[in-house]
Design a protein around this ligand. Structure first.
Ligand code: SAM
Length: 236
């Protein structure tokens, strides 16, 4: 058992802090996240250039170390070494909560396995934003992350998720958003769908309807931007 310390502590306790950062609006960062990012010995970042913009906006000068899906395994050793020295490390991804369809899981697991404390600094995630906005998934849902890209595997996976007796939350690239709506028109024409596009950004959009209705809305319109989709279960 470890204790991350009271709010008034001058320095956070040593350990790894998993810090959520904005999914669009830079104002969506907690006071505690900023204070951890300021006080950490180093920040492990998915893309250091991306995180530097956030640090610049808040006048923070903490050293950044890259930690992305291609080097996360190698990075672990130096992370454990720093924790052995009693350092405070923050882990961030480009947007939202690390470890949710983002790097972070391996470092977290390695720190935990080695007995170092891992602390939550919760905040934005497209997942929780979508669940709280859709109006039909608050009592339980499954998070499916991204579907496979290749058609056959994608269709199989989507059918599996649709068989769950719970709403399903999906992330999707704007390049495949219309394809997903077409697949849903075919596989789940009656279901209610929520689309959250560009949440917290200037062109934020929330749509609820059948896949056919949502597809019709985007006919001739841009599908650019970030998409999160919630598919209601059959009871809804
Ligand atoms: N870890 C992040 C989180 O906690 O939300 C998710 C990272 S994942 C690589 C990025 C995907 O999240 C995007 O492709 C999109 O599906 C979704 N996403 C991120 N920001 C979003 C936003 N502002 N509006 C809608 N969806 C968003």
């Amino acid at each position: 058992m470890h204790n991350a310390g009271a709010e008034s502590d001058p320095m956070p306790a040593p350990g790894l802090y998993v810090v959520a950062t904005p999914i669009g609006h830079l104002g969506d960062i907690s006071a505690r996240a900023l204070s951890i990012l300021r006080d950490a010995h180093a920040i492990l970042a998915e893309d250091t250039r991306h995180t530097r913009k956030l640090l610049t906006r808040y006048d923070l000068h903490t050293p950044l170390i890259s930690c992305h899906k291609f080097n996360e395994a190698q990075r672990t050793e130096s992370v454990l070494q720093r924790l052995a020295e009693g350092q405070v490390l923050a882990l961030v991804s480009d947007a939202g909560t690390p470890g949710i369809s983002d790097p972070g899981t391996r470092v977290v697991a390695a720190c935990r396995a080695a007995g170092y404390p891992v602390y939550a600094v919760p905040g934005p995630s497209a997942l929780t934003a979508a669940v709280s906005l859709c109006g039909f998934a608050g009592d339980g849902f499954v998070f499916a992350g991204f579907l496979p890209v290749k058609s056959a595997a994608r269709r199989r996976k989507l059918s599996e998720w649709l068989a769950y007796p719970l709403p399903v939350v999906l992330y999707e690239s704007p390049y495949r958003a219309m394809k997903l709506l077409d697949e849903l028109i075919e596989l789940a024409p009656e279901r209610t769908i929520f689309v959250g596009r560009e949440l917290t950004k200037h062109y934020e959009q929330s749509l609820v309807g059948t896949a056919t209705q949502i597809r019709a809305h985007f006919e001739g319109r841009s599908t650019k931007g970030e998409w999160v989709i919630v598919i209601a279960d059959e009871q809804d």
